[in-house]
Ligand binder design. Structure first.
Ligand code: HEM
Length: 437
C-alpha cells in the first residue's frame, strides 16, 4: 500500500501548476497526463486533485467504494444558491430521497412513452428547414433537441421561449469556464458573469414555476413534471424540490445532446458511406410514413453512430468525486477531502482497450470485444450515473434518424475541432450546415 504522496505528478509550472496547460488546451493536457499513469496528481493554485484514467480505478470510485465519496466542490459550486434542492446538488440522505423520487420518470417504459412526442417535435423542426438554407449546426441541434427535452420534462411546446432555457444553460457553461479569471475569486466577490448566471437561472426558475402552475391547474400529462408533482402530492418531494429538479434537469440535459448531434453530423459528413447506410436503415425501418414509436429499437446502425460519437466526443469533461473519509484507490491511500476527476476522453480512446481508437467506426459496436466496463462511461456509472441516459440516447437516436431520413446536411467546419474548457466539452469551432432536402 502506498501513500497518496507517491502518486506520479506530471511536469508543471511553478505558480500555476498544471492550470495554464489545462486552460490552454484541456484535451491535449488530459491526454498527455492520463497516458503517464492510471492515477496522476495535478496541482492548481491553492488546490490539488487526482486525474483517474484507469477503468479499474474508476470502477473502484464510482461503484465499489461509492459510499466513501460525494460529488466534487466544482459541481456543488456550479448550482449553489440556484437549484440547492435538486438531485445534482444534493449529498447524503437528501440525495438518496430525491434520486429515488425522480428515478421512476426515467425508467425504460416511461421513457418509451415519450417517443411519439419526441418524433413529432423533431419532425416539426426538420419541416421548417428550407432546401439550401444555411445555419449554425450546433445552435440548431441544441434548439431541436431542447424542444424534445422540454416536451418530455414539462409537457410543453417551448417554441418562442427557447432563449430562456438556452441563455441559462450558456451562462452556466460560461461561469464554469476554466479560462475565466473570476472563477478563482472567493464567492463573496461576485463578477458580472456570476450576476448574469444568477439572472438567467432565476428567469428559468420562474418559467418552470409557471409551467408547474399550469400543470397543477390543468390535467396531468405523460411528462416528468406530472410524475414529480405526483411525488409531491404523496409528500415525497416538496414543491420547491419539484421546481429545482426540473430546472436542474433542463440545465443538465439541454447542452449535451445538441453537442453530440453536431459531432455526429460532422462525422457523417466525413464518412458518406456511413451516412448512406443510415439513410438505407431509415428507409427500411420507417418507409414513406416516417418513424413509429415501435421502430426505434430497430435503428441499430443509428444507435451505433450515437454510441461511437459519445466514445470519441464524450460531452462531459469528467466525473468529479470527493472522498468523505480516508480511502484506498489503485493501491494508494488518500485522505478525506481528496478530489478526483475521471475524464471519459482518455480511457475511451486508450489503445489498450480499443482497436484503432481514433477511428470513427460505428461497426465496432457489433463486433465482440473484451474490455473493462469503465473503458466507456459517457453517462458515468454506479448509483449516481446520469438519470437522463435513456432519455438522452432515445432523443439523439430519434433526432438523427429523422434528420438523416429526410434531409442531408452538408457540414463546413472552421478549422480544428476545439472545445470550451468548462464542465462540458462543448464544441467551440463553428460548424455551418447547408440543408439539402
Ligand atoms: C448526451 C447526453 C448526456 C450525457 C453524456 C450526460 C452525462 C452525465 C454525467 C457524466 C453525469 C455525472 C454523473 C455522476 O456524477 O456520476 C450526469 C449527471 C446528471 N445528468 Fe446527465 N448526461 C446527458 C444528458 C442528460 C439529460 C437529457 C438529462 C435530463 C433529462 C440529464 C440529467 C442529469 C442529472 C439530473 C444528473 C445528476 C445526477 C445525480 O447527481 O444524481 N442528463 N450526466
Amino acid at each position: 500500500m502506498s501513500d497518496a504522496k507517491s502518486v506520479h505528478t506530471p511536469a508543471r509550472t511553478p505558480v500555476f501548476g498544471h492550470g495554464i496547460e489545462y486552460a490552454r488546451d484541456p484535451i491535449s493536457a488530459i491526454e498527455k497526463w492520463g497516458q503517464q499513469d492510471d492515477i496522476v496528481r495535478l496541482e492548481y493554485p491553492g488546490q490539488s486533485f487526482y486525474l483517474v484514467t484507469g477503468p479499474a480505478q474508476i470502477q473502484e470510485i464510482l461503484v465499489k467504494k461509492h459510499g466513501q465519496f460525494t460529488i466534487g466542490p466544482a459541481q456543488r459550486a456550479s448550482f449553489q444558491g440556484i437549484t440547492d434542492h435538486a438531485v445534482n446538488m444534493s449529498t447524503g440522505d437528501d440525495w438518496q430521497r430525491r434520486r429515488r423520487a425522480i428515478n421512476p420518470a426515467f425508467t425504460g417504459d416511461t421513457v418509451e412513452a415519450y417517443r411519439e412526442r419526441m418524433i413529432a417535435e423533431v419532425t416539426a423542426s426538420i419541416d421548417a428547414w428550407d432546401d439550401g438554407e444555411q445555419f449554425d449546426l450546433h445552435k440548431e441541434m441544441r434548439v431541436s433537441t431542447m424542444r424534445m427535452l422540454a416536451d418530455t420534462l414539462l409537457g410543453i411546446d417551448v417554441r418562442g421561449d427557447e432563449d430562456v432555457i438556452i441563455a441559462a444553460s450558456d451562462s452556466l457553461i460560461d461561469r464554469a469556464n476554466f479560462r475565466r479569471l473570476g472563477r478563482y475569486l472567493p464567492d463573496w466577490i461576485p463578477t458580472p458573469t456570476d450576476r448574469r448566471f444568477e439572472k438567467k437561472v432565476r428567469a428559468l426558475n420562474d418559467y418552470v414555476g409557471e409551467c408547474i402552475e399550469k400543470r397543477r391547474q390543468g390535467e396531468s400529462g405523460e411528462d416528468v413534471c406530472s410524475l414529480l408533482l405526483e411525488a409531491s402530492d404523496k409528500g415525497v418531494l416538496s414543491e420547491q424540490e419539484v421546481r429545482h429538479n426540473l430546472v436542474g434537469l433542463l440545465l443538465a440535459g439541454t447542452s449535451s445532446p445538441g453537442g453530440s448531434l453536431t459531432h455526429a453530423w460532422r462525422l457523417l459528413d466525413e464518412h458518406p458511406s456511413v451516412r448512406r447506410s443510415l439513410e438505407a436503415e431509415y428507409e427500411a425501418v420507417a418507409g414513406d410514413d416516417g418513424l413509429d414509436p415501435e421502430d426505434i429499437d430497430e435503428l441499430v446502425q443509428t444507435r451505433n453512430v450515437i454510441t461511437e460519437t459519445l466514445r470519441l466526443y464524450p460531452p462531459t469533461v469528467g466525473v468529479n468525486r470527493e472522498a468523505t473519509e480516508p480511502v484506498t484507490i489503485g493501491g494508494y491511500e488518500f485522505p478525506e477531502g481528496t478530489q478526483f476527476i475521471m475524464p471519459q476522453w482518455v480511457p475511451q480512446r486508450d489503445e489498450r482497450f480499443w482497436d484503432d481508437p481514433e477511428a470513427f467506426d460505428p461497426g465496432r459496436w457489433e463486433r465482440d470485444a473484451d474490455r473493462p466496463q469503465f473503458a466507456y462511461f459517457p453517462f458515468s456509472g454506479g448509483p449516481r450515473f446520469c438519470p437522463g441516459k435513456k432519455v438522452a440516447r432515445q432523443e439523439m437516436i430519434i433526432a438523427l434518424a429523422e434528420m438523416v431520413g429526410n434531409v442531408t446536411l452538408d457540414v463546413e467546419v472552421d478549422g480544428e475541432i476545439e472545445f470550451t474548457p468548462s464542465m462540458t466539452l462543448r464544441p467551440k469551432t463553428k460548424h455551418r450546415a447547408t440543408v439539402r432536402r
